[in-house]
Write a protein that binds this ligand. Structure first.
Ligand code: NAD
Ligand code: UDP
Length: 313
């Protein structure tokens, strides 16, 4: 049994990771400031005596004795990370400094939830880990993109300078139950709009692409990455290579919900990447991992979750 700290443990991904690690027989501590996360996501875990919940902000130092740290704390949806850009940078950068300092002191292994956003609006397609990216340093997305890029730099520097045991995962668009209904990301927006019979909001012409990964596949990738051999540190892409236009996603959601919602077109947000698809050759080789859940199957599970959630409210 390991003792494991998960920052951002009450968020979408964090809550799934808490559950999985508890199910695997570990002791888990969730640290969260509840900016975008919710106790609702973890309340069902609270009667487990091996689960602890801490309200804390990663921009402040935190002391604890653990074997492993998964650093997930950071708002991930564009509307939320752009709400307070300075705080987003602080969360990524000071959060990384605080968690890496902790890992160094207690000799814990630490995994960073990085992102495909480090590739920006990519000029190389699909994206491999050796691509340096095409990122605007002063645009609306830069607080998130550059914050996450500095966090990767800090991880590598603590590893090289202080021998901290690190792992860096570059996560591509992931969806599933426990996303907040007002999260603002495309899968949850479309499903909630379809279930409520509201207009489906397509930003731009809807021809931009994303590759959508169901959450269970990502969590399996996280665990495998944390358990890789000591000298494998990443960064490694974790995503589903299935690439869809946003229009195709909207049509699939309408079909699966049987909704009568209409498509409406809104302006494309600044610096919205035109295309995104992971090359997962490295993850296949080093983690013996690839996603197993196709879009349609994952969407059905997610639609069922939101259907239940909306019927409760
Ligand atoms: P989320 O917004 O649901 O979860 C983030 C969690 O971090 C929330 O519980 C939030 O309250 C918490 N948090 C935010 N700022 C904090 C702070 N200063 N101190 C403590 N807690 C704080 O988002 P998510 O989708 O679960 O993303 C989790 C991580 O994975 C993030 O780091 C995100 O950048 C990364 N990621 C996610 C995706 C995705 O598609 N879901 C893709 C790429 C990267
Ligand atoms: N998007 C959209 N309608 C929405 C929300 C998002 O068309 O209601 C688009 C958005 O412009 C982007 C894609 O869907 O091109 C994915 O957006 P999301 O915010 O989910 O993630 P990210 O842009 O960070 O990949």
């Amino acid at each position: 049994m390991k003792r494991i700290l998960i920052t951002g443990g009450a968020g979408f991904l964090g809550s799934h990771l808490c559950k999985r690690l508890l199910d695997d027989g570990h002791e888990v501590i969730s640290l969260d400031n509840y900016f975008t996360g919710s106790k609702r996501n973890i309340v069902h875990l609270m009667d487990n005596p091996y689960f602890e919940v801490v309200r804390h902000d990663v921009t402040m130092p935190f002391f604890i004795e653990v074997d492993e740290i998964y650093n997930l704390a950071c708002p991930a949806s564009p509307i939320h990370y752009q709400y307070n850009p300075i705080k987003t940078v602080k969360t990524s950068v000071m959060g990384a400094v605080n968690m890496l300092g902790l890992a160094k002191r207690i000799k814990a292994k630490i995994l960073q939830a990085s992102t495909s956003e480090v590739y920006g609006d990519p000029l190389v397609h699909p994206q491999k880990e050796d691509y340096w990216g095409h990122v605007n340093p002063i645009g609306k997305r830069s607080c998130y993109d550059e914050g996450k890029r500095v966090a990767e730099t800090l991880f590598i520097s603590y590893h090289e300078q202080n021998d901290v045991r690190i792992k860096i995962a570059r996560i591509f668009n992931t969806y599933g139950p426990n996303m907040h209904p007002h999260d603002g990301r495309v899968v949850s927006n479309f499903i909630v709009q379809a279930l409520k019979g509201e207009d489906i909001t397509i930003y731009g012409d809807g021809k931009q692409t994303r590759s959508f990964q169901y959450v269970d596949d990502l969590i399996e990738g996280f665990i495998r990455l944390m358990d890789t051999r000591e000298d494998f540190i990443g960064p490694v892409n974790l995503g589903n290579p299935g690439e869809f236009t946003i229009l195709e996603l909207a049509e699939k959601v309408i079909e699966l919900t049987g909704s009568k919602s209409k498509l409406v077109f809104k302006p494309l947000p600044e610096d919205d990447p035109l295309q995104r698809q992971p090359d997962i050759t490295l993850a296949k080789k080093e983690l013996n991992w690839e996603p197993k859940i196709p879009l349609e199957k994952g969407l059905v599970k997610t639609i069922n979750y939101f259907d239940q959630l909306l019927s409760e409210s």
